[in-house]
Design a binder for this molecule. Structure first.
Ligand SMILES: C[S@@+](CC[C@H](N)C(=O)[O-])C[C@H]1O[C@@H](n2cnc3c(N)ncnc32)[C@H](O)[C@@H]1O
Length: 294
């Protein structure tokens, strides 16, 4: 364990400086472990976000932090915290709403007609890079609404939601949000799918248990070997994640997604993420929406 500082009051205000050398060590490590690009323009962000880890570990410098992080003990205990700090988790309910309209109006009827997805077997949806849960719960709402409108048969679905960060996954599993966060939901859906907090929890809402039971959360780093996944997906949402990766990593990752997608399955990407020029068995069917060729 590295040398520790003892003066608590000093440590609370102390700010270590990140040298060029330590920044390079960290950015190389973050890129190789999580695929996340850390260009020079991110140095100040990294320096300020990691201060709380130095304070928590009572370390006096970034050099000590790097030495600890790269040690076997650091890889085991600190890597997960470092990842929580460096990942960007911004998300919302019904983010990029056009995707959910396309899902209900085009993708689901097509998957039912061609494969009987959701009828002969559960429809499988993967929210890859799910952050604090707003995306998978939005999917669950849209799929539940769709199921209600299906006449004469029971439409079944399961959502797998994964992220590299244990911190966001904890929040996602609880499914508790501030009132403001659920503003994008129409009033009817709020009534149906949210429980209102009382007393100390007023101002908070919780996703209803029925909806939560259709979402399974799991930690998964896209860069780690095999995804450990046996299921074949009908739909993959991987939005606003690959933007942080370099082009070869993006292409490798998308190719692996394709191998987990059934024929005719759909991939939804973020608004600024294009797969143009990548050698993939996908056909673009709408802006940022792709379909696996049969
Ligand atoms: C900006 S959020 C996107 C959330 C949601 N998909 C959306 O569009 O609203 C990106 C998420 O990707 C996750 N992420 C970053 N690198 C990852 C990796 N190597 N493996 C898995 N998830 C990763 C982050 O932890 C973060 O929660």
């Amino acid at each position: 364990m590295p040398e520790v500082m003892n003066d608590n009051s000093y440590m609370n205000t102390f700010k270590a400086a990140l040298s060029e050398r330590d920044f390079k060590r960290l950015s190389k490590f973050i890129h190789s472990e999580c695929g996340i690009k850390m260009p020079d323009s991110k140095k100040t962000m990294l320096e300020s976000r990691l201060q709380k880890r130095l304070r928590r570990l009572k370390l006096a410098s970034f050099t000590e932090y790097c030495d600890y992080l790269f040690s076997p003990q650091g890889i085991e205990n600190e890597l997960v915290h470092m990842i929580d700090v460096v990942t960007t988790n911004k998300t919302d309910f019904f983010r990029e709403p056009g995707h959910f309209d396309y899902l209900a109006q085009k993708a689901l009827p097509e998957l039912i007609a061609v494969h009987g997805a959701g009828i002969r077997k559960e429809l499988m949806v993967w929210s890859a890079g799910c952050s604090t849960g707003e995306e998978p719960y939005t999917l669950a709402i849209v799929l539940s609404e769709f199921a209600e409108r299906c006449p004469g048969f029971k439409f079944r679905y399961l959502i797998l939601a994964t992220d590299i960060s244990t911190e966001v996954l904890e929040k996602a599993k609880h499914g508790i949000y501030e009132h403001d966060k659920v503003n994008p939901l129409p009033p009817g859906m709020k009534k149906k799918y949210l429980l209102r907090g009382k007393n100390k929890s007023s101002g908070l809402v919780r996703i209803a248990p029925d909806l939560r039971s259709n979402v399974r959360f799991r930690r998964l780093n896209f860069l780690e070997g095999d995804f450990g996944m046996r299921e074949h997906m009908d739909i993959i949402f991987c939005r606003n994640v690959i933007i942080y990766f370099d082009r070869p990593t993006q292409e490798k990752l998308l190719s692996r997604f394709c191998s987990h997608l059934g024929p005719g399955g759909y991939i939804f990407m973020g608004h600024s993420e294009t797969l143009h020029g990548m050698n993939l068995p996908l056909l673009q069917v709408a802006p940022t929406i792709y379909r696996k060729q049969k």
